[in-house]
Design a protein around this ligand. Structure first.
Ligand code: TPP
Ligand code: SF4
Ligand code: MG
Length: 288
């Protein structure tokens, strides 16, 4: 399948020239085309931010919701229509800051969705304040003497919560990123791909060159089923490892809720018993 099925044609893209969001957009289209996932068979869900604009530049179904709130609608969309490939994508601020609580509990629920985080270690849209993954000491217009907090480590947190699939990629390396995205999309269960993404305008420290110098791929001997080894790799800081850290096949949210145990029809196709629904709503109404 050609990638142009996802192209929007002649549209204005609001990202700065050279932004790392462009290669992520291109690579995701390539991954989906190689997996032969048609635009009509998938949905992109995002929150607010530069990264969260990606669905506007992608010809497919999409839901662009509130800041930090991509994961709950993505979970719900997959639950009501499990034939769709559901991809929740947004920035590091959106997913790990404003959406941090949803990030934790989505991992626990384990819906069969892919979570792509464009991790530029900064709030790009709002002009360069520190995000949860900004490195210690990074100076910004708000953190004028440098960030004083330890950065949030999404991979270590995901592995600690026994996430189903955990990976890190670098936007500047399209070939490897495409392969990682393909594995994540094919994985059954929640799959996190933290994609290191240069923000060429507001993060002058974590540039393309910085990421090239400070990353290395996990070697072939890394055992993705070894949670302890994966955690050890996730907390390495001198060089940030790239690749698939951890895979743990387990039942999904859709399996565990039993919503498809006796009836295979997607929830959206089932009739609603309006009387039962009205009684349920009434039971929640406050007296008086
Ligand atoms: C509740 C709420 N708080 C704050 C904002 C302002 N805001 C919009 S985008 C954003 C940060 C986005 O950062 P990130 O998710 O890293 O995306 P990027 O722009 O870097 O791609 C903030 C703080 C908002 N829109 N809503
Ligand atoms: S501000 Fe940064 S993240 Fe936003 S479009 Fe420009 S380079 Fe990309
Ligand atoms: Mg960001």
């Amino acid at each position: 399948m050609a990638t142009d099925v996802f192209d929007m044609g002649d549209i204005d893209i609001a990202w700065c020239p050279g932004c790392g969001n462009y290669p992520i957009l291109k690579t995701l289209k390539e991954a989906l085309a190689e997996l032969k996932i048609a635009p009509t068979d998938m949905v992109l869900v995002s929150g607010i931010g530069q990264a969260a604009k990606m669905p506007h530049y992608f010809k497919t179904h999409f839901f662009n919701g509130l800041h930090g709130r991509a994961l709950p609608p993505a979970t719900a969309i997959k639950a009501v229509n499990p034939t769709l490939t559901v991809i929740a994508e947004s920035g590091d601020g959106d997913m790990y800051g404003e959406g941090g609580n949803h990030f934790l509990h989505c991992i626990r629920r384990n819906p069969d969705i892919t979570n792509i985080v464009h991790d530029n270690m900064i709030y790009g849209l709002t002009k360069g304040q520190a995000s949860p993954t900004s490195p210690l000491g990074l100076k910004t217009p708000v953190q004028v003497t440098g960030v004083i907090l330890e950065p949030f480590n999404p991979l270590a947190v995901a592995i600690a919560l026994d996430a189903s699939f955990v990976a890190r990629a670098f936007a500047g390396d399209r070939e490897q990123t495409r392969e990682i995205l393909k594995r994540a999309i094919q994985h059954k269960g929640y799959a996190l791909v933290d994609v290191l993404q240069p923000c060429v305008t507001f993060n002058k420290l974590n540039t393309y060159q910085w990421f090239k110098d400070h990353t290395c791929y996990l070697d072939d001997s890394h055992d993705v089923s070894d949670r302890g080894a994966a955690f050890g790799k996730a907390i390495e800081r001198e060089k940030l490892p790239l690749g698939v850290f951890y895979v743990n096949a387990k039942d999904t949210f859709e399996d565990n809720t039993g919503m498809y145990r006796e009836d295979q029809r997607p929830l959206y196709q089932r009739n609603v018993d309006r009387k039962k629904l009205a009684a349920l709503i009434d039971s929640f109404k406050m007296a008086g």
